[in-house]
Write a protein that binds this ligand. Structure first.
Ligand code: ZN
Length: 133
């Protein structure tokens, strides 16, 4: 696909969950948490392919006549985030804070859930087949 996707517009973080809390020593705990975030991306696409892209990628067309050749749309993707935080219990400050994005192999075409396993044949969220129709 040659159409350009640019400009992350908006990130909403939802569903934060503490997965693990480990006592490192009497003054420090390590918290591991995951959150899912919805990222909205502006997409400028060729007018000729906009209907096809709208079907295939849950692209929402915002302006089908952005200029002579291009339409403006937005795509919302779900992106999981993992947090590692070391808290000092004495000072109540975070001494270390890390955010990472786990490996993603793609998104479910039906519900947009991220797919973590490259051998998965069905979506873990909606159970629909991930194999190409
Ligand atoms: Zn799904």
């Amino acid at each position: 696909m040659t159409d350009a996707f640019e400009d992350v517009q908006n990130i909403d973080i939802t569903d934060t969950e503490i997965d693990e809390a480990l006592e490192l020593d009497p003054n420090h705990i390590l918290l591991k948490a995951t959150a899912s975030s919805a990222v909205t991306i502006d997409a400028y696409v060729d007018k000729a392919s906009m209907y096809w892209l709208e079907e295939e990628y849950s692209l929402e067309i915002m302006d089908s006549d952005w200029n002579k050749h291009m339409a403006w749309g937005q795509i919302t993707l779900e992106l999981p985030l993992e947090f590692s935080i070391i808290l000092n219990l004495k000072t109540e400050n975070a001494e270390s804070f890390e955010v990472s994005v786990p490996n993603i192999y793609g998104w479910c075409e039906s519900c947009r859930a991220p797919i973590f396993n490259d051998a998965a044949e069905t979506c873990p969220s909606c159970n629909k087949s991930l194999l190409r129709r």
